[in-house]
Design a protein around this ligand. Structure first.
Ligand code: DC
Length: 240
């Protein structure tokens, strides 16, 4: 069971702060624009972009590929020792290798989204992925995006954001994204999938989606991606 991210120096959190290599944590539900903002912010700062959802999605992909029920916690936990997830970074682009195979292009399908949400509620999965994420981020200079960045994975992150948006706008954004990626399906289905994923992510007993107490909230409903990033940069500038 290994999970490796190459191409990123790893130091201690203290060293990272001294050199202004900040840890920026971004959390929020699906469709709020986390990935777009996190990617763009990382590029602007010259930081690593850490997409933690991709780790849960790759795990879900492995579970589905093995013919297991994502809700079968014991079977999923038994699968983990045979899994290897690597996230090599080249020119700022993260790819996900599952047992050596590039699965990056397969991770956004609706069935993988749903299964990722289900496996992410399994304590063994979270326990496996927690140190992986922390190891990637411990050198700082990272923009980490997920559901529990500010609460569990990087509780002492230098800057924390929690993004929110109107559920209808979130569903429209996600639907457009899926259509662009070649998936079919009605907006209503995307909306329903998103609502059930949200409620699962928010209500699970382990590391639920909740804002960190010290997170800055940004409502992205009426903001462009560039405006979100500008707001974030204004906050970060004070820490650099
Ligand atoms: O961010 P995303 O849509 O790629 O995440 C897919 C699922 O993975 C999401 O429904 C919940 C889970 N997840 C999580 O539990 N914790 C994270 N830090 C990131 C994702």
């Amino acid at each position: 069971m290994t999970a490796i991210l190459r191409g990123h120096d790893v130091g201690t959190v203290t060293e990272a702060k001294q050199a202004n290599r900040l840890i920026v944590a971004i959390d929020g539900p699906a469709g709020v624009g986390k990935s777009t903002a996190a990617k763009s912010l990382a590029a602007r700062l010259g930081y690593l972009y850490l997409d933690t959802g991709a780790l849960y999605r790759a795990t879900a992909w492995a579970v589905l590929g093995s013919g297991l029920d994502p809700a079968d916690a014991a079977a999923v936990a038994a699968l983990l020792p045979g899994l290897s997830i690597e996230m090599p970074v080249q020119h700022g682009v993260v790819t996900v290798l599952l047992n050596g195979r590039d699965v990056t292009g397969n991770l956004r399908a609706p069935e993988v989204s749903a299964a990722a949400s289900v496996v992410s509620a399994i304590p063994a999965v979270r326990a496996w992925l927690l140190p992986v994420q922390q190891k990637i981020g411990q050198g700082g200079a990272v923009v980490a995006e997920g559901r529990d960045m500010g609460t569990k994975v990087f509780p002492s992150a230098d800057v924390k954001f929690f993004l929110e948006a109107d559920p209808n706008i979130r569903a429209q954004r996600r639907h457009r994204e899926l259509v662009t990626a070649g998936h079919s399906g009605a907006l209503e289905d995307t909306s329903a999938d998103m609502a059930s994923r949200d409620s699962r992510d928010r209500s699970r007993s382990i590391a639920p989606l909740v804002p960190a107490e010290d997170a800055r909230h940004i409502d992205t409903s009426n903001l462009s991606a560039a405006e979100v990033v500008d707001q974030m940069l204004a906050v970060i500038a004070a820490k650099l």
